[in-house]
Design a protein around this ligand. Structure first.
Ligand code: SAM
Length: 306
């Protein structure tokens, strides 16, 4: 695990350098912890109910049982903490009323092509025997689009470390890619402005630099593309500001509470400048009315369903 951890840090740092991205030292520390949790989570069964670290003995017992090593259990207790994974499901998208498979089918029908990206998909449903709700995963999508995979359907996902030795054609894992460093995908076959759906469950949540994350997600998204992820609720309004600056409009937010925080759904605005958009009740500049951009922004925000 130590060697894998060093290698992952090196690869992530290399991606950052290629992007000319300077990571804050505190963020880097969190990422290094994330890498260790990632390596550890891979050894655990999906959905393992790990007790809180406050319950020392049950925590150590469970981690020992899952990882097969008391040293790992102690390291998880003292330093890295545990991550459990659903195996990579679309549960939070469903919670917010968004059916990824259905949406992907519609887009494919309409445009003849669909590109999906999940940030931090872990097993992405490919360990079917252990995953609940297998249909609502990347693995499930790959089954539904079997004929079109790699031709007109492209499924991408990231992880901090590699989780898969092999995947079907048209399904690509991008290890060593962080949410803030999503730009790295642009050198790995994902074009800016090409992605229809970006989804992240319990993964972008851990990204400390949400500005870089939202900026690079917005860059990858197609006009009208959808971004769904969960986040710490205290960041909501700051995130909405940054998202708006990068052409992302909040469509819905749902408070989940507990570990799930809040789920947000943003849509990529069309590239037409704000001043050319038509809003009910707001006259445009050529109608000899000066439209204050912040007024337009608040009109848009009031349209948000919460
Ligand atoms: C708790 S698991 C969640 C896995 C899966 N999405 C699920 O719902 O079961 C955390 C995932 O987030 C990824 N991750 C952690 N920190 C990240 C970051 N800063 N940027 C992108 N992915 C991150 C890890 O690689 C891992 O795949």
């Amino acid at each position: 695990m130590y060697k894998d951890s060093i290698q992952a840090r090196r690869e992530i740092a290399r991606n950052f350098t290629a992007l000319n991205y300077r990571v804050d030292p505190l963020h880097w520390q969190t990422l290094c912890m994330g890498v260790n949790r990632d390596l550890q989570a891979k050894k655990m069964r999906p959905n393992v109910p790990v007790p809180s670290r406050r319950k020392v003995i049950p925590f150590l017992k469970m981690m020992h049982q899952e990882t097969g090593s008391m040293l790992k259990a102690i390291l998880a207790f003292g330093f890295d903490g545990p991550w459990t994974s659903s195996g990579g499901s679309f549960r939070l998208a469903r919670e917010i009323g968004f059916d990824i498979a259905h949406y992907a089918k519609n887009i494919h029908h309409k445009n003849g092509k669909v590109t999906f990206l999940e940030i931090g998909a872990a097993w992405a449903g490919f360990r079917a025997e252990e995953c609940a709700g297998h249909q609502a995963t990347i693995s499930g999508l790959s089954g539904e689009f079997r004929e079109q995979l790699g031709e007109s359907v492209f499924l991408h996902f990231t992880n901090l470390t590699p989780w898969h030795a092999s995947l079907p054609k048209g399904v690509t894992e991008h290890p060593y890619v962080t949410a803030a460093g999503l730009g790295a995908l642009e050198n790995r076959g994902v074009q800016a402005g090409e992605v229809d759906i970006i989804y992240s469950q319990a993964a972008a949540y851990f990204e400390q630099d949400y500005t870089a994350f939202l900026r690079s997600a917005a860059r990858l998204l197609k006009e009208d593309g959808v971004l769904i992820f969960n986040h710490d609720p205290v960041l909501a309004s700051a995130m909405d500001e940054v998202a708006w600056e990068h052409g992302l409009r909040l469509v819905r937010r749902k408070q989940m509470g507990g570990m799930n925080g809040a789920i947000a759904r943003y849509h990529r605005l069309r590239s037409s400048p704000v001043s050319q958009m038509v809003f009910p009740g707001v006259k445009r500049a050529e109608d000899e009315e000066v439209v204050c951009e912040s007024l337009v922004m608040s009109a848009l925000r009031r349209n948000v369903e919460v």
